[in-house]
Design a binder for this molecule. Sequence first.
Ligand SMILES: *Cc1c(COP(=O)(O)O)cnc(C)c1O
Length: 341
Amino acid sequence: MFKLENIIRKNIIDLTPYSSAREEFKEEATILLDANENPFETALNRYPDPFQTALKQELSIIKRVETNQIFVGNGSDEAIDLLFRAFCEPGKDKSYVFPPTYGMYEVSAKINNIETVKINLKPDFQLPDKSDFIEKIDSAGLLFICSPNNPTGNTYPLNAINEIASAFSGLVIVDEAYIDFSSSESAISLLSELPNLVVLNTLSKAYGLAGLRLGMAFASKEVIAVLNKIKPPYNVNSISQIEGLKALKNTKKFLSQIDVLKSERNLLTKALSAIPSVIKVYPSEANFLLIEFDQSDKIFVSLKSKGIIVRNRTRDVKNCLRITVGTPQQNRILIKAIKEI
Ligand SMILES: *Cc1c(COP(=O)(O)O)cnc(C)c1O
């Protein structure tokens, strides 16, 4: 049974958070002399809003959650790290992942001295049956589900996620970094029934803002309150808040880019499948393809010599490369290059 008070680290329960100047004074003022800032205006001389109020208001409308159910961080990586620091006792609790998947979960676990238990996906990259692994998730901690999954590109049905979360006494983190490229419904719709669910989103992929470092976590207001308690006070800088808000308010450009990338994904799938050195192109709901070659290392090196860099995933999935969907022109060059090898 999940109970939030059972999984918060004791030192975090006892913590009195740092109280910043902007936290202690939130009203309008004519003269601000409380934060030791340089008073000469440059548009960046003031500390950023520690609560990212405007961003959260916009996200609340788009994602249909309350503003107190939103955490905004310096990339989703910050949310992942804070989740470990709040809800996993080092050397005791565990982290659970379904490989092949995003490597950052295990790295973040290691940094926090948390053991990672790996439960392999099925050969078709779907989640294993609950009965096959439920006894392995014997301790609380964090369980990561990446959907669409990096590097395999597939999504998992929400009822499978729901079943696992209902049986787990720790937090289930559903990483939806690529959800905007997918036709599947977001797990955000499960938040009202699952108190131990955290959904991660990012502006790094579909929104084309990887350089901005803006990631979001959606969860119950109780879980979000804990993350806010331990985050660095000014974790999202002013430029990121301003540019992030602009992007969220003007989604037209990104939506049309997503359409292009989805149709390019289909085009690439067809074109690559027809090349003899390609064994299999896995179906993808993300902006990348996992492709099995007869000799992936050879393809990787040859592409590199032509100035085309892809990701070699052969350690995770034998003979596979992960290739990001590029612009139509880049994709044509890629196809030609692979044909010529
Ligand atoms: C790219 C990616 C992210 C994004 O991380 P940010 O820190 O928000 O840039 C998160 N999860 C997965 C699985 C990714 O592939």
